[in-house]
Design a protein around this ligand. Structure first.
Ligand SMILES: Cc1cc2nc3c(=O)[nH]c(=O)nc-3n(C[C@H](O)[C@H](O)[C@H](O)COP(=O)(O)OP(=O)(O)OC[C@H]3O[C@@H](n4cnc5c(N)ncnc54)[C@H](O)[C@@H]3O)c2cc1C
Length: 413
């Protein structure tokens, strides 16, 4: 039996790998000329169960309101005429209760921890080179009250079995000497020792090579125009002809809702734009060795070989992925203050991508009303973290096996 996977981002490629490894025949369709050229191209690189908190929290409506009134760099909302954005925001606001935030964060961290087990097994089996590091992640807080709130909030993660340690500034510097000159700006940090870093694009490219060796057929420069279906999906119409298979998996990231409308599904996914800047590092720099997040400025960073990546911003701007140097000033300023000698900040590579966000923060994975059509969509800000877990779950569903994780709240059925 043949399975067609729609999309060769990190999610589609990882799904192709698990299916091919299980002996399935797999075809992957993508409009781009290679894997991981859209949202999976230059994300922050954090594999971060320790950052599984849902964005829809009791504080979120006030943050949203403040950004509308005063503007802001971390959250930007461009008011326009896209009713889908308002519908998404309304659903988001409905998830901003304490009860729902705890429920959704609990689901997110459970999936993140399951995914990390799958990733580590895959790393051991395949020895992929994606400049990965297993040194934990630092979540920095700049004032005592914010640190106290973070310590109180972390129980939802520790109750799920995740280890989180509270560090004072001297301990932060011991762990990350590159923060020595900025330690006086910090009140403390949470440190998740099992969190990891790695370049998501390099991972996807390395996995693509394994997929090719396993016989997966990638059809690039192939735009999917329409899905044809009755009770089941019958065919995919593309810019390069019609493709027919027995089973289909949708993994189009932020574009998934557009394609799913052909089948009558209204997927609750909206693109939330983020920006990244990657700087070269040389022998005379002091780059960080551990990745992390500056929780006040909402800046994430990850060190790779000879590079430092910094990312920021959640912007509602539809499907626009353009950027200009001004979009990066805030994050470069924050990175310079944290790591004054961290990289050659004069030579940035700029990028912007669209997080496929659901209002409650959990992805949609598994079966649909069409019994030969499966979803692997809506990974939001955690697509790298969840890639291996969601791919394993979807490949189990496709092959008629029950996944070995509780999927409450993560499927459409
Ligand atoms: C700034 C930023 C920082 C991030 N940091 C992190 C992080 O640190 N950790 C983490 O876990 N996650 C992070 N993420 C999230 C993560 O990058 C995404 O969740 C993930 O890349 C989504 O992968 P995907 O495969 O679903 O989508 P994509 O990578 O966008 O892949 C979708 C594919 O579908 C194809 N496609 C779409 N429509 C069509 C069509 N009609 N025909 C043919 N092909 C089509 C596209 O070409 C694309 O290749 C970050 C995201 C951003 C933007």
């Amino acid at each position: 039996m043949t399975t067609v996977i729609l999309g060769s981002g990190i999610i589609g490629t990882t799904t192709a790998y698990y299916l091919a490894k299980a002996g399935e025949k797999v075809i992957v369709l993508d409009r781009q000329s290679d894997v991981a050229l859209e949202t999976s191209f230059a994300n922050a690189g954090l594999i971060a169960p320790g950052h599984s908190y849902t964005w829809a929290s009791p504080e979120a409506p006030w943050i949203l309101l403040k950004s509308l009134v005063h503007g802001g760099q971390s959250l930007r909302l461009k008011l326009g005429t896209d009713w889908r954005m308002y519908a998404w925001c309304w659903e988001f606001l409905k998830n901003c209760t304490t009860e729902k935030a705890l429920l959704n964060t609990g689901r997110k961290v459970r999936l993140a921890m399951y995914s990390q087990v799958q990733l580590n097994a895959l790393m051991q089996a395949e020895q992929l080179d994606f400049q990965g590091a297993s040194k934990g992640l630092l979540y920095l807080h700049r004032d005592r009250a914010a640190l106290d709130r973070a310590v109180a909030a972390m129980t939802v993660l520790t109750d799920a079995g995740l280890e989180l340690n509270v560090l004072h500034p001297q301990q932060i510097v011991q762990m990350e000497p590159a923060l020595r000159s900025s330690a006086d700006q910090l009140a403390g940090a949470l440190y998740c020792p099992t969190d990891q870093t790695g370049d998501a694009r390099l991972f996807t490219q390395a996995l693509y090579e394994r997929c090719i060796a396993l016989g997966v057929e990638f059809r690039f420069n192939t735009k999917v125009l329409r899905i044809r279906a009755g009770d089941v999906v019958e065919a995919i119409e593309t810019s390069d002809g019609t493709v027919v298979a027995e089973r289909y998996v949708l993994a189009f990231g932020s574009y998934s809702p557009i394609t799913a409308r052909d089948l009558g599904y209204q997927l609750p996914i909206y693109p939330v734009k983020g920006y990244s800047a990657t700087f070269p590092t040389h022998a005379d720099h002091i780059p960080p060795t551990v990745g992390g997040v500056d929780e006040q400025n909402l800046i994430a960073w990850a060190p790779f070989e000879g590079r430092l990546r910094v990312t920021a911003t959640a912007e509602f701007a539809g499907y626009d992925t353009t950027h200009s140097p001004g979009d990066f000033e805030h994050m470069i300023g924050a990175a310079r203050r944290l790591f004054p000698q961290g990289a050659d900040y004069s030579k940035p590579s700029f990028w912007a991508g669209l997080r496929p966000m659901t209002p409650n923060g959990t992805p949609l994975i598994g079966p649909t009303r069409h019994r030969n059509f499966f979803l692997n969509v809506g990974h939001g800000h955690l697509g790298w973290t969840w890639a291996c877990g969601t791919a394993k779950i979807v490949s189990d569903f496709v092959q008629g096996r029950a996944p070995d994780i509780d999927l409450a709240g993560l499927t459409m059925m």
